[in-house]
Write a protein that binds this ligand. Structure first.
Ligand code: BEZ
Length: 201
C-alpha cells in the first residue's frame, strides 16, 4: 500500500500512529505530497479529487480517503482493535470527530495566516476558528477524561494528533492553563513510542 504523506498533517499523523501501534509501518510505502488550497502542488488530486492527504492507495482496490475511512480500513485489515464494539464505539467515534474538528480548525487557521494573501486575511475569522478549538478542548476537559483513561482507541489517537498539531503550529496560544487535567493526560500520552516516532515536522 502507498500512503500519500505530509509530515505536518495531523490527519496523516493519525494514520501513522495507528500503523506504529499495530506494528505495521512496513505495510505501507510513504509517498511525500505537499500543497495547499491555493496550489495543490504534489497533492494526489488524481487519487483524491479533494487534493488532500492522507490518501491510501491499496493494492487491491480504489484509493481510500479521508483519515477516518483509512483508519477504519487499517484497523479492520490489521485487526488493531482501536475501534471497540458498541456501545463504547459511539464514544470513540464522537471523540475522533471532536479531535478531527480541532485539527480542521487549526489547519484552517494555518492556511489563513500563511497561505491566504495578506491583504485578504481576516483576524476575526482566525479568532472564530480558535474559539471552536477552545470549545472542543473545554468539552474534552469537562466530559472525556474517563474515556481518555481507558484502553487505547482511535479517539485518543486523533486527540493526540490534534494536540500535537496545536503545539506545532499554535505554540504561542496557551490552551493548557485552563485545562490542567487534559494537559496532564497529554504530557504522558505524548511519550508513547508511536507519538514520539510521528512528531510533526
Ligand atoms: C501544515 O503545514 O500545517 C499542514 C500541512 C499539510 C496538511 C495540513 C497542515
Amino acid at each position: 500500500m502507498r500512503l500519500y504523506h505530509a509530515p505536518a498533517s495531523p490527519f496523516v499523523r493519525k494514520v501513522m500512529i495507528l500503523l506504529h501501534e499495530a506494528g505495521a509501518t512496513d505495510r505501507v510505502t510513504l509517498v511525500p505530497a505537499a500543497g495547499n488550497p491555493l496550489d495543490p502542488g504534489t497533492m494526489p488530486v488524481d487519487r483524491n479529487p479533494l487534493g488532500k492527504v492522507p490518501a491510501l492507495e491499496r493494492d487491491d482496490g480504489p484509493t481510500l480517503y479521508d483519515s477516518r475511512v483509512i483508519c477504519r480500513y487499517l484497523d479492520t485489515t490489521l485487526d488493531a482493535g482501536l475501534y471497540p464494539p458498541p456501545p463504547r464505539l459511539w464514544d470513540t467515534l464522537v471523540l475522533e470527530a471532536t479531535a478531527d474538528g480541532i485539527s480542521d480548525a487549526a489547519v484552517l487557521m494555518r492556511y489563513e495566516e500563511f497561505v491566504r494573501p495578506e491583504a485578504t486575511r481576516s483576524p476575526d475569522w482566525v479568532a472564530a476558528q480558535w474559539s471552536k478549538v477552545e470549545r472542543a478542548l473545554d468539552a474534552v476537559e469537562a466530559r472525556w477524561m474517563s474515556h481518555l483513561a481507558a484502553p487505547l482507541d482511535m479517539g485518543q489517537i486523533a486527540l493526540g494528533a490534534a494536540l500535537g498539531y496545536l503545539d506545532f503550529r499554535q505554540a504561542a496560544r496557551d490552551w493548557r492553563t485552563s485545562r490542567p487535567v487534559l494537559a496532564g493526560w497529554w504530557a504522558e500520552f505524548a511519550q508513547r513510542p508511536s507519538l514520539l516516532a510521528t512528531a510533526p515536522a
